[in-house]
Write a protein that binds this ligand. Structure first.
Ligand SMILES: C[S@@+](CC[C@H](N)C(=O)[O-])C[C@H]1O[C@@H](n2cnc3c(N)ncnc32)[C@H](O)[C@@H]1O
Length: 222
């Protein structure tokens, strides 16, 4: 059974040909193929060992006919084929940015699904500055962690995001897990290991205001 984090990624898939970057065990692809939610899978990883694990699991699931494998740093050695969706899960936000910056093909007209393990704010800021839009985002609790999972499109609208878009993304703060995510973000910013600056205080204040507005709206039932 797929864990909640990867299940949330699977739920954001919209097309028939899914490329899973940093696939490792390929559990997500096995799930999508076995449930017939997609026609074809492209599994890629930067390391041979995880790619071997992917081959083994895909083959055990009887899905090798419908899967292609690539040893690749991100999308650099992956042909575009008819990829409809790209999933990049289980990596830091900076690594996801590196992969997007170095893609060998255009990311337009594809559904992009990202699940950063850390530095989600770096990824979100980069996305808005580079003409992408977060369409949907949710928080998935797993053990003591709260993971962000986002569905993204290239819109070619390049803009400077608001502070709350960078730190809270598109999460609906009415959901308790998203509110918990927002509180944790603020907590981490407060104890971040760098000198107190006017800029950081302003960021924290703005995020706290946004969170407060949200809880007041909840209380008044609006
Ligand atoms: C923690 S695993 C995540 C596996 C799976 N995507 C998941 O979310 O459960 C990270 C995988 O990404 C691969 N990886 C790291 N950097 C990569 C890159 N630049 N390009 C492709 N794969 C990469 C690693 O080799 C590893 O197999």
């Amino acid at each position: 059974m797929l864990n909640d984090r990867l299940l949330a990624c699977a739920e954001y898939v919209r097309g028939d040909v899914v490329c899973d970057v940093g696939t490792d065990h390929a559990q997500l692809l096995v799930y999508l193929l076995q449930k017939n939610l997609i026609q074809k899978a492209i599994a890629c990883d930067i390391k041979e060992k995880p790619l071997q694990a992917a081959r083994k699991n895909i083959s055990q699931a009887g899905q090798q006919e419908r899967t292609e494998f690539f040893l690749s740093d991100g999308l650099q050695n992956v042909p575009e084929k008819n990829i409809t969706d790209i999933v990049i899960a289980g990596m830091g936000g900076e690594m996801i940015v590196h992969i997007l910056e170095n893609s060998s093909f255009s990311l337009e007209h594809k559904t992009l699904i990202f699940q950063p393990m850390s530095k989600a704010e770096i990824l979100r800021k980069w996305l808005y500055l580079h003409g992408f839009e977060i369409m949907q985002e949710k928080c998935i609790p797993d053990k003591q962690f709260l993971y962000a999972v986002m569905q993204v499109k290239k819109t070619n609208i390049f803009r400077n995001p608001e502070i709350e878009e960078i730190y809270f993304g598109k999460m609906n703060l009415h959901f308790p897990e998203s509110e918990a995510y927002a509180k944790r973000v603020i907590q981490q910013l407060k104890k971040a290991n760098f000198h107190e600056t006017a800029e950081r205080s302003a960021i924290i204040q703005q995020l706290e205001r946004k969170l407060h507005e949200n809880s007041t709206r909840n209380l008044s039932g609006n």
